[in-house]
Design a binder for this molecule. Sequence first.
Ligand SMILES: Cc1ncc(COP(=O)(O)O)c(C=O)c1O
Length: 314
Amino acid sequence: MMAARLARAVTGHKHIIWAGYHGGGNPDYGITTDKPAGILATIAPYNHQVTWGTFEKIPPYIWDDLACIVTEVPALAWGMPGEHYRTMLEKMQARAQDCNALFVLDEIVSFPRFGASGAQGLYGVTPDLACVSKGLANGWPLAALVGKRPYMERFNQGDIFASWTFAGETTALAAAAETLRLVQETDAIATLQRHGQAVGDGLRALFKDYALPATVYGHPARIAVKWQDIPGIGGASAAELRTLWLAEMARRGVLLGIGVLFPLACWQPSDVALILARAATVCEVMSVAIARGTVREALPCPVITDVLSVRTEP
Ligand SMILES: Cc1ncc(COP(=O)(O)O)c(C=O)c1O
């Protein structure tokens, strides 16, 4: 992650604290996943994963040698007031400032879904550096590190290597220019969030009506569904329930992410209605399987496991 490299170059400090998932791992920041094979363990002592906004487990010796605190905005309770996110982001930012370290917001997912100026604009907290990608070019392969001028100008000293095989690729830049224009000049983001609100609210109501052990988390721009275990004989694990949910939805033409559902600006109200109608049918199927204790037998495929259990707290 270029942000980690730049933060170390700017501050001359070594340690990095992060909260969330920040990519697959590289020599700059070790791993932010639970899959360490192939990554040198020597970097691990300089990288510290924390739960969102809590620093109790951080060893005291690192604060004087902290390069940056990196966070993404996590998917918390549905409807969680923006005030909570703002307060926590400010807390992390203040902690970084106290240590002469940088505060980095990972907006790879949140920009521009959370708003034309990302989560930082929505919650009113301006980080020193921010990482953006995914929606930046509406899915075209582009990522960017952005930030406050004095820090970004550190690249001009010429001793930070910042290039890669596809550095000369420019088609995604055109996609980004058009995406940013649309985000600023149209109501695309408001539309996306309106649809997301309707889907999230609708799923919550369905899970409640059918008494299913599933909870909706997150933001209207990024909806997360988490399943809980049903203990006991005839029960089912969260992974089994989730697999049945995904499989039955897919069977009805609605492909969902493993844990997350990203609403799109191009959806029509009819798409929202279709998703919720299919979800209602699936909830019915699932409630019957749960009542009969036949969730496992109902699975049309092996239980889907996480590719990574990263966003799990340390
Ligand atoms: C919050 C966040 N940060 C970073 C990344 C991507 O990191 P990388 O390009 O290293 O895989 C992702 C990808 O899913 C992400 O969700």
